[in-house]
Design a protein around this ligand. Structure first.
Ligand SMILES: C[S@@+](CC[C@H](N)C(=O)[O-])C[C@H]1O[C@@H](n2cnc3c(N)ncnc32)[C@H](O)[C@@H]1O
Length: 282
């Protein structure tokens, strides 16, 4: 089990890192001790919720991860995308999995704040090290320019190759003006490529509100210490805001992908949507 510096990893990143490992999506090197302890602590409540057909955090996390994988993999298979920047990658094993699946057909850049990316570098070193096609970089998604900006990272890539920016488990930490600022930055950074795709999870109010405080909503707020921002009531409102940021997007419901993703926990999957957007060309 990896021994990164736990203080530089958010609790949720520890937990999701372990959920992916527990579900066979990851390598032991991405699993932390703290993640395992959190996973074990939530296992009982999750099992009770599952037995009662209530949504679980685990079900939601797996649904969002697998649908982003599916849509990204399809865009690569279609030849639209050959470069990926995963912003706020945390302990995500996706870069490692896509490298194994696509080899040098894809350049995969894992990006995060400096403390987190130092951990990722240590983990990748255990797994054979970084390559020209799978590497890490420091990013701050909230800055417009400078070496850690998304614009500088995209400027270092091949402008002739379609590129995807991903975020997972990030946007609901930001308030609405911060989110819209970040989406605008992503749209501008992607414009230089023949195809620019943005994929992200997004939690909407309409799927998670109501007077009844479900176990899931309570757990979600407790888990991220009450810092969840639900910016939009509906998919239509989210799509309008994406469009005004320069991203022509649709919100995908993981439950509608049951043919490709048959094993999702439906109630948990229903709590999250996946943004799939195309940046308008310059
Ligand atoms: C909850 S974790 C999500 C990590 C991973 N994607 C997942 O799903 O588990 C949030 C991540 O966002 C990163 N982060 C927070 N603020 C950021 C920023 N301004 N720019 C880039 N990454 C940021 C954190 O370092 C952390 O790795």
């Amino acid at each position: 089990m990896a021994r990164p510096n736990p203080e530089t990893i958010s609790p949720t990143a520890h937990y999701t890192g372990y959920v992916w490992f527990a579900h066979g999506q990851s390598h032991e090197a991405f699993a932390t001790r703290r993640g395992r302890l959190m996973y074990q602590a939530l296992r009982g409540p999750n099992m009770i919720a599952q037995a009662a057909n209530l949504p679980t955090l685990e079900g939601m996390l797996i649904a969002r991860h697998k649908l982003i994988d599916l849509r990204l993999g399809q865009a690569i298979e279609r030849g639209e995308i050959g470069q990926v920047v995963e912003v706020a990658a945390g302990l995500s094993p996706r870069g490692w999995r896509f490298r194994r699946r696509f080899g040098d057909r894809v350049t995969y850049v894992e990006a995060d704040l400096p403390g987190m990316i130092a951990n990722k570098r240590g983990i990748l070193a255990e797994l054979g090290g970084e390559t020209r096609h799978h590497r890490t970089v420091e990013v701050n998604a909230l800055v417009d320019d400078g070496p850690a900006s998304i614009d500088a990272i995209c400027a270092s890539l091949d402008p002739a190759i379609g590129t995807a920016i991903l975020t997972e488990g990030l946007v609901n930490y930001f308030d609405t003006p911060t989110l819209l600022g970040m989406w605008g930055r992503f749209a501008r950074a992607l414009r230089r490529f023949p195809r620019g795709i943005y994929l992200s999870d997004l939690i909407l109010r309409e799927n998670n509100g109501g007077p009844l405080v479900t176990g899931f909503s309570w757990l979600l707020s407790a888990f991220v210490r009450g810092r969840v921002h639900m910016h939009f009531d509906s998919a239509a409102e989210a799509e309008d805001n994406l469009a005004s940021a320069g991203l022509a997007g649709t919100l995908l419901d993981p439950r509608e992908f049951s043919a490709a993703l048959p094993d999702l926990e439906r109630v948990g999957a229903g709590r999250v949507r996946i943004v799939e957007a195309i940046a308008s060309r310059a």
